[in-house]
Design a protein around this ligand. Structure first.
Ligand code: 9D3
Length: 252
């Protein structure tokens, strides 16, 4: 996978991509990340990338010429390239979107700044607009990092230990079960007995149950939207039955 990023702040990417899984993916050539400075595609003395909005109003708008030149320089004559714009108007980025793009050979990410970008860029260059959530950020750079990180983890070999990928795809759609490590007793707070029992079938069942309980309590929409395996369905029914019994006993 080759990522190209177009931004007016190229420097902020180097540190972030220089650690952990993304760094290793670059080192093993699973991915390549090229960051391009939008100002390199300006021709004027002030290297201007923004201008005042037609029709008036506050704030500045990103000019079309540098963005057209940058995109054309980066994708060349590849007409089917994926050109994503990080923007508050975009479709919400989720794990399924990450998985879809993880199958691609190349992604070009454009980071918006200011109040927005000239609509002619959106209409003529962009394949998809993506937002990472319903909150206001200062630009598309942090969202671009989020997108690169989420996609890279899904490229086969990126996690190294294949068990992690397996666990991730298994639990995909449910929140994680609680995890513990040594010491077994810390300041009088102990680790659940079952995890020390060595009974692997019981441990698996406990984890499934905890994941379902936690998801149901915090993110019920995830359960509603997800197809459960047979064992998860059994565990869910048992959790719901317990809740139901607790409700019934309240009055007594
Ligand atoms: C929706 C707010 N806009 C109304 C006038 C102004 C505006 C705010 C922030 C326009 C651009 C931005 C910069 N944000 C992004 O470029 C952005 C973003 C975000 O703010 N939240 C979640 N995902 C993304 S992706 C890109």
């Amino acid at each position: 996978m080759r990522f190209d990023i177009i931004t007016i702040f190229p420097e902020i990417f180097s540190e972030v991509f220089d650690f952990g899984i993304v760094r290793r993916a670059v080192e093993t050539a699973l991915i390549q990340i090229n960051v391009h400075d939008l100002r390199d595609f300006t021709f004027d003395r002030h290297r201007q990338v923004d201008d005042r909005p037609f029709g008036g109003g506050a704030g500045m708008v990103m000019k079309p010429e540098p963005l057209f030149r940058a995109v054309e320089a980066v994708i060349g004559d590849e007409s089917d390239a994926n050109v994503l714009l990080l923007s508050p108007q975009g479709r919400l980025f989720d794990q399924a979107t990450a998985a879809k793009y993880a199958k691609e050979q190349r992604l070009l990410l454009i980071c918006g700044r200011y109040e927005g970008i000239d609509e002619r860029v959106v209409e003529n260059l962009i394949t998809e607009e993506i937002s990472i959530g319903n909150y206001v950020l200062s630009g598309g750079e942090i969202p671009a990092m989020v997108v690169v990180d989420a996609i890279t983890r899904l490229i086969p070999g990126a996690l190294g230990c294949e068990q992690s990928a397996e666990r991730e795809s298994f639990s995909n759609g449910l929140l994680d079960y609680p995890q513990y490590t040594r010491p077994a007793d810390y300041r009088g707070k102990s680790v659940p007995e079952v995890l020390i029992s060595g009974n692997h079938a019981e441990i698996e069942r406990w984890r499934r149950r905890k994941a379902i309980e936690k998801t149901l309590r915090r993110r019920p929409e995830l359960i509603r939207d997800r197809i459960l395996s047979e064992s998860e369905q059994r565990e869910l029914e048992s959790v719901l039955k317990n809740i139901d019994e607790a409700e019934t006993n309240k009055g007594t």
